[in-house]
Design a protein around this ligand. Sequence first.
Ligand SMILES: Cc1cn([C@H]2C[C@H](O)[C@@H](COP(=O)(O)OP(=O)(O)OP(=O)(O)O)O2)c(=O)[nH]c1=O
Length: 195
Amino acid sequence: MKRLILASSSPRRKELLSMNLLSYEVIPSTIQEVMDPSLSPEELVCSLARQKAEDVFRLHKEHVVIGADTVVVNNGTVMGKPAGRKEAVAALRSLSGRTHTVYTGVCILSEGKERLFSVSTDVTFWELSEAEVENYVNSGEPFDKAGSYGIQGLGARLVQSIAGDFYSVVGLPVSRVVRELESFGISAVSQEDDI
Ligand SMILES: Cc1cn([C@H]2C[C@H](O)[C@@H](COP(=O)(O)OP(=O)(O)OP(=O)(O)O)O2)c(=O)[nH]c1=O
């Protein structure tokens, strides 16, 4: 039977799959993420998701592999994870009082079959004071996250509203993923199994 492999080191993606799927294995990809400026945000996240999935699929062709990538796009600027404190502070200042878009690309691969798609979600931030930005960066939460915030954590208080899939902002549009996985013969946990 085909097993599901999550080609990701993201604890969030792991959690979101755990909430919804019977079993899977985690084998993070080792690709170097390069932000190609000639690509649209949709093309960029799809390309990176595919590179991650392909990297792991190469050695596990008998299974189903899923890769994903998330970026934040604010006023035309594509933001990944911050390189350090300064970049995190600058990113949060630039997001303050504005609406940005979070793009997550997903690639699901099995022998002879591929599904590649992206999901976009608009997120509006409250106007942030300098103290709020400093305190949030001091929490350490921004450093492993695209756009320097985590909507699922302390970052929740920065967010005024969202339009779209919350879980896609967190790193995996899990309801769409579960539906797509059905066509690969991977089914979700039933309510009975869950209780
Ligand atoms: C905007 C946002 C991003 N993120 C996270 C999701 C992703 O883990 C991360 C974006 O970086 P990615 O490069 O997409 O993923 P990753 O490096 O964490 O993991 P891998 O490449 O091994 O799959 O930002 C949140 O957790 N919450 C948020 O609100």
